[in-house]
Design a protein around this ligand. Structure first.
Ligand SMILES: O=C(O)c1cc(C(=O)O)c2c(n1)C(=O)C(=O)c1cc(C(=O)O)[nH]c1-2
Length: 240
């Protein structure tokens, strides 16, 4: 494939497999979730947010090219900030605060669904163990996140009286960061995946990552929407 054909194949995976298509997101964005279901989403997604800098640090740790390390470093700052109280993780905790969740409960991870833990851990392990090309390609879901984030902001702000713009401030910053990061990652894979084998690995890495995001929402749907089987020890909303 030519590089532009590879890009088209990657975008096609997003169009068919990205978590924007998951029924839980349809419920969340259209105002059909209860407050408890929104809390469960935010509490579980906290683990994804908390582990993203760990996976990015592991990518940097094995990367021998200082230009790539320098570029990738901005992701750590985006999530961890330069000081306490700044960065994406801190802003995610503003979201869980705004939804009335106890911070210690969220950060203790005690109420996490096992399915969330397994999916997120699989992503971190993938980035740690696969080739650098596959690790970079697995971040390419971010090509598709600006659209879902704007749908989520509009939908949640207009449909839930318990959600404010300040509560959702995490998402204000994400679209430009995601655009910058995914432009870099896309350019990298287009330049480095030039053989059919390498291109196959890149496409498989993006499919894998779509499955990670999809199974996080499957776990939420099973526990909190239908059939509402909350695994032992996981968060139980007050309204469930
Ligand atoms: O809200 C979303 O739907 C969404 C999706 C994704 C994604 O597609 O992986 C990320 C994020 N948000 C996000 O906030 C984020 O920091 C992030 C980092 C990464 C990554 O793989 O390195 N994906 C995403």
């Amino acid at each position: 494939m030519q590089p532009d054909e590879l890009e088209a194949a990657l975008r096609d995976i997003g169009a068919r497999r990205y978590h924007r298509l998951h029924p839980f997101h349809h419920l969340l964005h259209s105002g059909k979730c209860t407050k408890g279901q929104v809390q469960a989403w935010a509490l579980n997604r906290y683990y994804y947010q908390a582990m993203i800098p760990i996976k990015d640090a592991s990518l940097i740790a094995r990367c021998e090219d200082s230009a790539i390390r320098r570029e990738w470093r901005s992701r750590l700052v985006d999530h961890d900030g330069d000081m306490d109280g700044e960065g994406g993780i801190a802003r995610w905790l503003k979201l869980t605060d705004g939804l009335g969740l106890d911070r210690d409960e969220v950060t203790s991870l005690k109420g996490l669904l096992p399915g969330t833990r397994f999916a997120v851990d699989a992503y971190v392990r993938f980035v740690r163990e696969k080739t650098l090309l596959e690790a970079i390609a697995s971040s390419l879901t971010e090509l598709f996140s600006p659209v879902i984030i704007s749908e989520r902001m509009d939908g949640m702000l207009s449909n839930y009286d318990f959600v404010t713009r300040e509560t959702l401030s995490y998402f204000d910053k994400r679209p430009p960061q995601a655009a910058r990061d995914s432009d870099f990652a896309l350019d990298y894979v287009k330049r480095h995946a030039r053989t059919p084998d390498a291109q196959g690995l890149v496409l498989a890495a993006l499919e894998f990552k779509c499955s990670v995001l999809w199974s996080m929402l499957d776990a939420l749907h099973h526990a909190y929407v239908d059939p509402k089987h909350v695994p032992p020890g996981a968060f139980v909303p007050k309204d469930q």
